[in-house]
Design a protein around this ligand. Sequence first.
Ligand SMILES: Cc1ncc(C[n+]2csc(CCOP(=O)(O)OP(=O)(O)O)c2C)c(N)n1
Ligand SMILES: [Mg+2]
Length: 351
Amino acid sequence: MSDRDSYGLGRKELHELYRALRLTRTAEERLEILQKQGHVTGGLYRSLGQEAGAVGAAFALRRRDDGTGDFLAHTVRAAGALFLFGGDLEDFFRQYMAKGSGPTRGREANVHWFDFQKGFVGPVSPLGTMIEIMAGITLSFRLRGEERIGMVFYGDGASSTGAWHEGLNFAAVQRCPMILMVENNQWAFSTPTHKNTRVASFADKGPGYGIGADSVDGTDVLEVFDTVRRAATLVRSGEGTRMVELRYFRRLGHAQHDPQDYVDPALIAEWEKKDPLDQYRRRLINNEWATESELDAIDSEVFEACRVAAEKVIDEPKPHGPDAVDDVYTDVRVAYPWTRSEAPNPAAART
Ligand SMILES: Cc1ncc(C[n+]2csc(CCOP(=O)(O)OP(=O)(O)O)c2C)c(N)n1
Ligand SMILES: [Mg+2]
């Protein structure tokens, strides 16, 4: 593929891709600052080096905010896809800071939130189960004769769970219109890929289920976009389920608490040279698709947007304790802080 190939994208779209990459990077860097300041509740998972996979893939889908577009299931390392689907930056920060004003009202503290109008739903925690859930969502699209497709992100580690196999087999047989995006960052926490699977490429798994699969350099946003756009056309036109492997490397630990001392630093240094943002920025400038000053302006605008959004959210209140179980149970009167219908009787408990 020629480095001069923009895959039919115009200047405006090429810049939009750059902004989405920059937004992912800068929003996560802001989260790191917030974490050091003690504002982040729970874990912080970075996608450093993986940003182009999420951005390029989501850019190839139909994104709408009226409940008629394609559907996305993102992960902690696919924030760029979430933003492209209209995930609000302030809500993103509210989630990590477990604010009562956030989409899950502080019940969850990272990316497990949804907006069915915009067409995204965050992962459920047991790895692999999102394949089954997205199979159900996209089966409903097919049964209703809607032209919508789904995209589900998951890691190399998640590819070795029972739920993944069952979900994929069901989706393949039912020709569910969905694309499985394998985020092969070569690690599942501290487990390297070769201890997780014997296939050389995750795309090799596709034919075993009777589906088409591609493998793409996940650091190259335009390559990802083009591969997924072609896959999406096939899926939408009735072929059913397909798979796309994103090849890249997890350049930081599993989460910020993981020093990843089990990873060879030379390997990390190698992958730094393939940084998706640096690569794409060079390509934009070398091909005269953008000027340095245009890209600098995007960088500054994004930096400011993240700073302002985070500052605003910091002062918002934490959840109100008595509301903690609202919407968790129906038709049950719940007495704070107990998750049962009657307040406990301390005197009875002593006897
Ligand atoms: C069924 C199941 N087993 C274990 C876990 C704990 N766990 C959470 S993330 C993770 C590693 C996931 O690795 P991978 O799927 O490669 O995604 P990555 O973190 O590399 O993006 C593990 C083991 C889980 N959530 N679900
Ligand atoms: Mg992984």
